[in-house]
Design a binder for this molecule. Sequence first.
Ligand SMILES: [Zn+2]
Length: 325
Amino acid sequence: MATGSFSSQVKIELARKVPEKNCCCLAEFSALLRAGGTLGIGTGKQLSFYISTDNAAVARHVFRLGKQLYNWPIELRVRRQDRLKKQNRYRVRLIIPESKENELQQLGIIKSRRVVEGIRSALVKRQCCRRAYLRGVFLGCGSVSNPEAGYHLELVLSSEVYALGIVSLLNRMGLQARINQRKHMHVVYLKEAEQIASLLRLIGAHGALLRLEDVRAMKEVRNQVNRLVNCDTANLEKAVSTGLRQARSIQFILDKVGIDYLQDPLRQVAELRLEYPEASLKELGDLMEPKLGKSGVNHRLRRLEEIAEQLGKNNMYTKQGFADK
Ligand SMILES: [Zn+2]
């Protein structure tokens, strides 16, 4: 299953389950039709809904929910797409008998043969139904990018009022959904991995949630490793350039006034640094006799740099001149 797109993984997982409670079935079915379906008025003014999808599991799910809730005739058609894509397109059509049109009120989609704009509050009164409703919306019009590529989940809706209703439903569930217009469609979307994970948890896509969390953890480890490597490299470069600078200062002292100018504790460090400009403080300390700690080495090297700086300022000291004094 990991090979398919993340969107279809989520949908297949959601479509396998039919909610236990009737209230949730109704909420999910309503949302699926509203978000993913189209209302048709045929000859003889017969009402019908159809949902078109390339996901077989979603088509079966609509068929099953419809059969479970209503006694309406349902058609399921399969059409082979062009041969290159090798993907079928499924169309589920629910035909609503005229005598049953009043049952549509319950679904909150149509009232007096017109599409209702908002979400019927009775459908999302309970927590269980709110989850089912969002599940239906995702199955109907949702998609989510592969977590390896990035974090983006969106619901593409044709009505602005309905899209705003979905945003406020998501807000009620603690999610910060945003809305954007794309051509004539209204796109409700979530950006952060945390938010997408919360929604997957809410709608019960636990397998997909695991995959998302795995990818997130792997990315986090990779970032940490990169940070450490970069940090090590930076430290190393800094240490080497400091060592080279110290060696130059020591060479300067030697050129100006000679090694004898330095007292013994400084002289040993100076000679070692000249010989090993790239060695770390610890390595230098270990080479000394007796051994010296890092801070001791550091202190002496700093002292040497001070001397070099002073010698640089007071140009009157030359090797010769100093010897004369
Ligand atoms: Zn419920």
